[in-house]
Design a protein around this ligand. Sequence first.
Ligand SMILES: Nc1ncnc2c1ncn2[C@@H]1O[C@H](COP(=O)(O)OP(=O)(O)OP(=O)(O)O)[C@@H](O)[C@H]1O
Ligand SMILES: [Mg+2]
Length: 416
Amino acid sequence: NTAKVFSHCPIPKGDRVAIVTNSGGPGIMATDTVVECGMQMAELSDATKEKLRSFLPAAASVKNPVDMIASAPLDHYQQTLETVLSDDGVDMVIVIYLPFLGLKDIDVAKAVMEIKAQHPNKPIVGVFMTKNEFFAKLSDMEVNVPFFMFAEEAVMGLDRLNQQRKWIERPITSPMRFDVDAEKAAKIFSDAAAENREQLTTGESLQVLSAYGIRVCKDGEAKNADEAVALAEEIGYPVVMKLNSKKISHKTDVGGVRVGIKDAEQLRAEYADLVAKLEAKGLMEGFEGVIVQEMVKSDREMVCGCAKDPQYGPMMMFGLGGVFVEVMKDVTFRLAPLTPEDAKDMITSVKAYKLLQGARGAIPAQIDKVEETLMRLSQLVEDYPSIEELDINPLMISDKNGEPIAVDGRIKVSLT
Ligand SMILES: Nc1ncnc2c1ncn2[C@@H]1O[C@H](COP(=O)(O)OP(=O)(O)OP(=O)(O)O)[C@@H](O)[C@H]1O
Ligand SMILES: [Mg+2]
């Protein structure tokens, strides 16, 4: 359907649709779909309505959708279509035809195509709820109008044209560049490369993010229980303790994330328990100790990152995060590098945007900070083409002030 409209229609100047029909039902179905797609039903001018009234029967409706009634002869189709196309308030037209004894469907189609040839600047689509033979006949002809059997298909085709219009009209801006601690990031990457390691540890990943100006929760790395306790005193309880390993990237799978730790005693116990479990499972290889983090209070977990598409290269990703990523599939992708418009677009285009705005009395997220996070990530990916995978999951939205805070990071590079 998309190919059909794009091969025969120009890009419209706006999103106002007029419908010309000889049958009320399909006219209403088309109207409903226009509204569902977020386009406008064109408001016909008084002059247009007056002109239509001058030749259409009294039972006809001269408001949009224009219902010429079932008995509309060919010249009513021609005159009505001409009149509606000449209205400056109309950007696109749908012509609907249902079989009527006095008319041949192919003759109506030919009349529509002749008018289209004289009005090449506005998209016109046909909805002909008629026999399959009609469409077979069309395929043997040179056509300049896309014809569909059903109204919904036609409207969705127009919606694609409208989306393309909006895309073309977007302001063109360039990606922003932020000041970052490039040296610190470079050292982390080169240290890992020196060990021939593609996967950065969680600790290293968070340090890279923080070097790129992304807000990471208060945290630090500890090699043993004593260091962990000292860190926790600095950060303040409750804390989160998580495994820092050169081998394991999905920490939860091995019981490597302990949240809500209240005091030093519990922290020591969790540390001992983690080590015991890893030893029992033979997972101590690559063990670097733990990360101790402030416990962020948040009900909203987002995900953002980058994945490499074999054809398009680096694609930035944003959406609902945490454990629901795979289940909800509420994520969106854009080509890197991101412009400010791209970043805005990504955030508003996921369903979870409503959560960010503060549904059900939650504190609204600091959307501008989320945008900045996406753009800083994009800069990181641009600076390091060797990054194969990168994600922040979750990027937590603080219950306190709506600030986006990274609590987990994963970076994988290619060494070849
Ligand atoms: N600092 C923190 N404050 C509050 N909650 C946290 C914190 N760190 C982790 N969590 C909670 O624990 C969950 C898992 O943590 P994390 O993402 O670090 O582990 P993970 O093993 O990488 O998980 P996955 O691989 O499934 O993304 C988070 O989704 C979040 O709900
Ligand atoms: Mg995670």
